[in-house]
Design a binder for this molecule. Sequence first.
Ligand code: ADP
Ligand code: MG
Length: 700
Amino acid sequence: MTDQEPMPSPPAPSPLDQSAQFVKGVGPARLPLLQKLGVETVRDLLYYFPRSYADLSDQRTIAELQPGMLQTVVGEVVEMEGRTTASGKQLLSIVISDGQDVIEGVWFNQTFMARQLAYGMRVAFSGKPNWYRDHWQMSAPRVRPLRDDEATSENPIVPIYPLTQGLHAEAMRRIQRHVVETYAEQVEDCLPLTVRSRHDWPDLTTALRDMHMPPAPSRAEAARRRLAFEEFFILHVALTIARRDQQQVLAAPALATTEIIDAHIRQLFPFTLTRDQSRAIAQICKDMASERPMRRLLQADVGAGKTAVALYAMLLAVAHRHQAVLMAPTEVLARQHWRTVNEYLAQSRVRRSLLTGSLPPRQRRQTLGEIRMGQVDLVIGTQALIQNDVEFSRLGLVVIDEQHRFGVLQRGKVRQLGPEPHYLVMTATPIPRSIALTVFGDLDSTVIRELPPGRQPVVTKWVAEEKRANAYLHLHKELKRGQQLFVICPLVEESEGHDTKAAEQMYAELQASHLGAFRIGLLHGRLDDGVKVDVMNRFRERQLDILVATTVVEVGVDVPNATLMVIEHAERFGLSQLHQLRGRVSRGPVRGLCLLFAQATSPETAERLRLFVKTTNGFELAEHDLRLRGMGEFFGTRQHGFGSLRVAHLVKDQDLLSQAQADARELVQGDPGLRLPEHALLRAQVLRQYGDKLNLAAMG
Ligand code: ADP
Ligand code: MG
């Protein structure tokens, strides 16, 4: 830009983008506390919603109180007393009377409560009363002083915000009340009017007000649904645009299969591909035959045979003199793929390399050089390494294994200067449709449900602790017959206050038990990669009979002779995770056995475990898991790509999700670049939230 050109004037800054510091009641002292909650700006505060609400609308006279429910009473302060208890605690007691009866509020170590109160003052107590000796008592009730003429409260629904150490509930409520009163008017509703009126949603200002200060619980839920719809809608506008962008890219090499190539690849496998595998391959071949880069998600239940499908695709690329790469999340898994692929390719001249962290630097440099020069056709390695270090000469296909840990495809991209490669993403966790649509909305999806012939479903049993000795006896017998056993524990070390059977402790216990005669190995996340690989190898080569392991075996290790599994503290695992674990003992022709030990089971846990014992359908288990444990737990990480879904729930709000998707598609079809003036706000919002993540080129 030259000096003569006028500078474009920057858009007027919105007061909502100011630092939260300038909100009344925040200031430099409280700002760091808010930052801990992820709040930087006024807008962040406005979108920092209550976790729940306390409904104080149930107001009664003291005579009408019921024990144990949240209720509110109003009365005059008739007694105030502070003293120190025998155990050294500060006890504050305040008694109020409603003219007929009295009730006592008690607080421990909160004598500051007394400061806002005085004899004769009218106050409201809200809490759960209990009958103590001869009178009603509330432990640490909410107290509100009332002016003489004031009713209990203007708004009996009190928001409960998630807090952090040093930030008090009441201070947060004051801040938020102020934010809503001052700024809710100023938000700009990015939902286009056509969409808003179609569903009769409240406008954004009303919705935000009702989230923070709902006049009734139903209003809060209506507001939440409107905001949830908006979250889904913006996401799907972004996804729809991203997909259109992708479909216009004609950069990938067209790698069509032929009868000769097909026959040549199939004869490498020691088995006939299942119908589902062949169907998946047909879809992949169709994708790869096009210059439009493939972006396909391959979901398969554990043991359904993804590796063969992935290898087919890689060999198809190689047949066209392109390179193919397979990225695994861990060294153990990269090596396992390497071993499998080498078995299939024993008679083949395909040039291949393994690239992992434990490769000596010199060899690594050499391998990287060969890949760059195009002297290697097929590369297998860990994701971290490949994304950071590798330059390819003619990359045609990227296969990403276990991608659900990383979220949208963008994060799995390989550095690539030349044409775009095709992408195939594999996951062993069956993903409910709602999630597939959302997290993987930029991918096409293929599902393999059918297991290879001759597989027998694993027998799963939940064993009571008293029956442990019996169970060991049975395992003893099976081990004697040459089977191998996984023992899975949830944590590495005894953590404070939990009676977790840590892997190390379990290892010691087993050695002392009558299974101690067998050869036992130990595998957990804190071991070096080299040690891990070594222990895995010894187990695979049957130099070990029993492998005590944390969940490192979860994601795909393959030891066909291991048909026995014990899962300790099964209550700590999600259903999908349990399903993955169990999948490890159904790899061969012998029927697998999976024994669960669980402790302190709540009714929900018991339900979960019973369902797990009953069904071996991974999709059913995944849906259930999601419903019970929520998305973060489901993905076992906060990196699940749902940062922008704050109030929307993928299970509860499925109806909203499909409406939002339909509306988004229709809108983008009519205005692909969101150039119409009535879409300007939407456009800004989409770019703000997803511009980087989805690489929305066409909107740039
Ligand atoms: P996953 O989808 O869990 O990664 P794998 O690709 O590791 O499954 O395959 C699991 C096992 O099934 C392997 O031992 C593999 O050799 C075998 N397998 C795969 N496809 C077939 C098939 N069509 N017929 C028989 N066995 C198969
Ligand atoms: Mg696998």
